[in-house]
Design a protein around this ligand. Structure first.
Ligand code: SF4
Length: 294
């Protein structure tokens, strides 16, 4: 699938959005649509397991703290509301688990693994959503990720963090929009509204580790996914068509300097504090001969 346009054409022929997605993918891959659905059901099951393990675990990344343990104290009084606070907690837990070499489901990448599950499962808890609706949300999110992968990129090294955390927020926005009853057009615009609000986001991991700013970006960009979904559900539309927003993201990614594309040579990685952390880390592992960036 290469475009929202072809997806919307399929839904205009009477297919509900998840069935339109599965049928298009099944035709392209020459496999059965039901097998695709079952494979995504299995992916959702594993994702749920990783969320439970990430929330229950005690993680020790190299640079950052295990901040998920700070969340319960604000539960019930967070300014952003219960659903978003829980989504942020899940996202931070998964990001910290990933930073500690724990098991996660890339969604779409390991660095951005917290945003989509955070939104899916916080929504399910908050709204008492049934599993089949969450599965359909995942199918919608997967279609958004596929379109971004095919028209642009999902790699921070190619397109900056807009391609990882930005794509994850767009996927989460479309999933939330669908689970809240939005139609196919609203879901496409939810994705577009999220993505175009984060064009140009740098990929700048401190010391080259997927820890800072990655984990807290996961914890904060759940908010972008949720507000984009609400805007689309309220009838707000992107005046730039969704496919063109993805094309703009690709163009912005190509324009980003190498320092902002996962080289750990710009942004947060280049700050005095970031450089000091890198030196400390290098000194603690002399045998590893950590690469020096200038
Ligand atoms: S900053 Fe770079 S490594 Fe970290 S999540 Fe974003 S794209 Fe991935």
């Amino acid at each position: 699938m290469r475009s929202f346009e072809e997806l919307l054409e399929r839904t205009n022929k009477g297919f509900p959005l998840p069935e339109a997605i599965l049928s298009l993918d099944a035709e392209e891959q020459m496999i059965d649509a039901d097998d695709l659905r079952e494979s995504l059901r299995d992916r959702l099951r594993v994702m749920r397991e990783t969320v439970e393990a990430a929330l229950a675990g005690h993680w020790q990344p190299k640079l950052i703290a295990d901040d998920k343990d700070k969340y319960p104290a604000r539960a019930g009084k967070a300014l952003c509301g219960d659903l978003l606070w829980r989504a942020s907690e899940i996202a931070v837990a998964l990001g910290t688990c990933n930073a500690s070499m724990g098991r996660i489901v890339a969604a779409p990448t390991a660095g951005s693994c917290g945003i989509l599950p955070g939104l899916l499962f916080a929504w399910q808890e908050n709204k008492n959503g049934v599993d089949d609706i969450v599965l359909n949300g995942l199918i919608v999110a997967a279609a958004v990720g596929e379109i971004i992968a095919n028209r642009a990129t999902l790699a921070g090294a190619s397109g900056g963090c807009q391609a990882e955390c930005g794509a994850a927020a767009a996927m989460g926005a479309a999933a939330l929009c669908f689970m809240e009853g939005g139609d196919a057009e609203a879901c496409a615009h939810a994705a577009a509204l999220a993505l175009k609000s984060i064009l140009g986001l740098a990929c700048d991991p401190v010391a080259g580790l997927v820890e800072s700013p990655c984990v807290k970006r996961n914890g904060s960009l759940v908010a972008l996914g949720a507000i984009a979904a609400d805007m689309a559900l309220a009838g707000v539309r992107s005046i730039i068509p969704p496919d063109e927003v993805v094309d703009a993201m690709a163009e912005v990614g190509r324009s980003l300097p190498a320092t902002l594309r996962e080289t750990a040579r710009g942004g947060c990685a280049r700050t005095p504090a970031g450089q000091a952390m890198k030196r400390k880390l290098s000194a603690s592992v002399p045998a590893a001969g950590a690469e020096e960036y200038n």
